[in-house]
Design a protein around this ligand. Sequence first.
Ligand code: 3HC
Length: 286
Amino acid sequence: MTIRKVGVLGAGLMGSGIAEVAAKSGYETVVREVSDELGRKGLSRIEGSLAKAVEKKKLAPEERDAARGRLSTTTNLSDLAGCDILVEAIIENLDLKKETYRELDRLCKPETIFCSNTSSLTITEMSAATSRADRFAGLHFFNPVPVMKLVEVVRTIATSEETFETVFQFATSLGKDPIRARDNSGFVVNRLLVPYLLDAVRALEEGVGTAEDIDKGMELGCGHPMGPLKLLDFVGLDTTYYIAQIMFDEYREKRFAPPPLLKRMVLAGRLGRKSGRGFYEYGGGK
Ligand code: 3HC
């Protein structure tokens, strides 16, 4: 199947990144948000990232203009009807996702492939809300989407071979280097990453080291670009807390249980970079 038109649901951090790479890769891209204001916010995030890519000499100004020209936003789900593939990156609320998929299943042409960027919810459960479970897969990107090379392409027990191969090729066409994963909560990366991040919070809780020293240990000792607590601030403490809860619910294993300190920081609104404070403070744009 040839993919020409891409629909992206949600213009948050992940959705706008996905839309940006799709438009840069030559696809006509429609982004759907629930309000004009959120759509505009997503577009300005994309424009900021495209400008940074030009500044970093990753993109020529003409390519930026062409990518911008391929992008449009809408608030109507029906504007996604003609898309060949949809990538959903709305909030991690299973009921809302299922409701959205049900509606899209009715609106879209039968060949449209549905993909979810969920990081921990079950793809199978979403696909069961549609009549196209064979044309349904997971497509999990990493933050920041324009920079990180990995995409996890996730197969459920119902995903057809043809759909899986089309989605895998699509991920490659976005300039990514995908891996294959089964539909188990957390797939490959979060299954390994989330217990590590939670353990770093436990280490801090237990006074093993300061936040700075825990991060420095992993940056200089293991060559990680960011230590675990900086990475938690980057991903969002609320997002990680939410993912951990879903994974704990699925596996019932202690290593996925969110530590009390993480919960308290989320309750106190210390969500990381996005709220200006997490394990570190981010005043003045830092
Ligand atoms: N478009 C294209 N390229 C860009 C860009 C943009 N908007 N912005 C930056 N770049 C490029 C730069 O040119 C540079 O490329 P180079 O290495 O070839 O020179 C590279 O990206 C790095 O950019 P910077 O030099 O500006 O930034 P840093 O060196 O400070 O790196 C970082 C920033 C990439 C965020 C790095 O710190 C990092 O890799 N951190 C870890 C991120 C990570 O682990 N993400 C995964 C989170 S988990 C997740 O998302 C899953 C979810 O389910 C929780």
